[in-house]
Ligand binder design. Sequence first.
Ligand SMILES: Nc1ncnc2c1ncn2[C@@H]1O[C@H](COP(=O)(O)OP(=O)(O)OP(=O)(O)O)[C@@H](O)[C@H]1O
Ligand SMILES: [Mg+2]
Length: 319
Amino acid sequence: MVIDTDVLQPQHSDKTGLDVDPGKMGVAPSAPSAFSALSVEDQPARMNTPFMDNFPDPSQPEHPAETLAPTKLEVHHVNFFYGSFQALHDISMSLLQQRATALIGPSGCGKSTFLRLMNRMNELIEDTRMEGQILLDGQDIYHPDVDVVSLRKEVGMVFQKPNPFPKSIYDNVAYGSRIHGIKDKKTLDEIVESTLQQAGLWGEVKDSLQKSATALSGGQQQRLCIARCLAVQPKVILMDEPTSALDPIAAGHIEELIGQLKKNYTIVIVTHNMQQAARVSDYTGFFYQGELIETGKTAQIFTNPKEKKTEEYITGRFG
Ligand SMILES: Nc1ncnc2c1ncn2[C@@H]1O[C@H](COP(=O)(O)OP(=O)(O)OP(=O)(O)O)[C@@H](O)[C@H]1O
Ligand SMILES: [Mg+2]
């Protein structure tokens, strides 16, 4: 029986060009990952967490082994400071292509700060400083030659509160494409339709594209913001608590959408909703007081966390 050895420690591929000593990254050079040396029978029993029913029992023989997806973003030893306050401490993590990764942890632990590092949004905040390295497809996104506007096109972001521009639905979705020089009406029409389709909103708005976006419901506005983000063909979509301002039905639409989108994009989602993390993500990272305490497959984190702090958090003992 093959067991998944797929964990989110950064991989040490030559393509990064980095001189990374795997031993320093918390993984011995040829060390097996936590589960790889164990037979199914040897695996520790699953803990009694509230999430057992969300996942198939990995000890069952029919549990399919999944292939390891390629790495999209690699984070190496990142520290981050607001003035003299250090908000993130030595974070290393890989975010995989065509997978959704959830970032969880109590308020103030650094989830949003971490997310904003992926498209250099923290640079908009004065007196901040980052140490370490973040690679997108093997390229250092903080290299002086990187064009930040192009980076933010590739790494899009969806915020907690939907923030449509006070323009028509059509103009919201076409906005990024126009900025990037697309003027042809037919091309723009196609982009608007296809991205609204992808965002699951086309059916609801196709007859009112000239209506103001601000007249849409909160859930529709959030799907519009996702469409606006998709219209410029990003590789990665960062979502910071994208459903926390929505009712459960609208939130359900967004979760469904994430399930669709992750077939084509790399999704990173911050959420305080443990059930949501368990439902939508393939991987989960648990942050606590600026440190990444544990990362792994969502099923493992929620049913068999390795760290006591993770267990306490997911079982609701703090946070
Ligand atoms: N603009 C800022 N200036 C100074 N400190 C900040 C700033 N933004 C965040 N911080 C601090 O950095 C730490 C991490 O904040 P961050 O917003 O990343 O946490 P979070 O995990 O996203 O929290 P929440 O779940 O409440 O959104 C906190 O101590 C916070 O006070
Ligand atoms: Mg936050």
